[in-house]
Write a protein that binds this ligand. Structure first.
Ligand code: IPE
Ligand code: IPE
Ligand code: MG
Length: 230
């Protein structure tokens, strides 16, 4: 059995904000606000637990076709994050990285993202990646186009390096909250051998101890990577 301690790279598909709000008679945006508050605490807890890389799915390419009111509200929440919540990351030596198609985002938000990446670039104690305006399939196509321009046949490693997650490790544990059992275009290449954990909890309700439970569940898995059972 492979070493099954703390997963090094954890991905979280943070789903269920809208339903969380609806169940309380609130606007969807209130759900996103509650989701962000939960996310802030969860990031701290994840790095305290010893996770090395944390990748959070915050907005898919497909989510951009939601009503403008919702996408604008989400952009404002991201603005808030990238201006106010960077110092704690710097303090604990976590480097921030954003993957996705920046040309689909408002220019001022892109500047804030770049500023936050710059301010945390010396961090060597952990990597926090936000997937914003991100699509796994689109990212694979972009990598293919880079390979075509290079004009050379690719190996698995060289191709992985051309993805926007190039340089990161493969996902060990992928958590999806909100009850749906699908990947919805999140890190398709990177999650090839991820252990997947589905939680029925809507993201704003996904507590620190729910994350602990997922980590505990991961410890019980037998990652074989295609080898035969001993
Ligand atoms: C996840 O919550 C956050 C984003 C996709 C931006 P949703 O907004 O998808 O919430 P539900 O799935 O409708 O409850
Ligand atoms: C996945 O959730 C994207 C994020 C959590 C950012 P969606 O709500 O977009 O997924 P579907 O539509 O239920 O597949
Ligand atoms: Mg959803």
């Amino acid at each position: 059995m492979a070493d099954m301690g703390i997963p090094f790279h954890v991905g979280i598909i943070m789903d269920g904000n809208g339903r969380w709000a609806k169940a309380r008679g609130l606007f969807r945006l209130e759900g996103h606000r509650a989701g962000m508050a939960r996310m802030l605490a969860l990031i701290e807890h994840a790095f305290d637990a010893g996770i090395g890389e944390l990748s959070l799915f915050a907005l898919s390419t497909e989510n951009l076709s939601r009503p403008k009111e919702e996408t604008e509200g989400l952009f404002s929440l991201f603005r808030l994050y990238f201006t106010q919540h960077i110092p704690p990351l710097v303090g604990r030596g976590v480097r921030l990285h954003v993957v996705g198609n920046r040309s689909l985002l408002p220019a001022d938000l892109v500047s804030l993202i770049e500023g936050a990446e710059e301010r945390t670039k010396a961090g060597d104690k952990g990597l926090l990646t936000f997937a914003i305006a991100y699509g796994g399939r689109q990212d694979i196509v972009s990598a293919c186009n880079r390979a075509v321009k290079e004009g050379r046949e690719q190996t698995l490693e060289s191709f992985a390096g051309k993805l926007s997650t190039g340089g990161m490790s493969a996902i060990d544990l992928l958590i999806r909250t909100g009850g749906e059992k699908r990947l919805s275009n999140f890190m398709l290449f990177e999650a090839a051998y991820a252990e997947i954990y589905f939680s029925e909890k809507m993201f704003p309700d996904f507590s620190d101890s729910d994350l602990d439970e997922a980590l505990l569940d991961y410890r019980k898995r037998d990652r074989r990577f295609g080898t035969s059972v001993e």
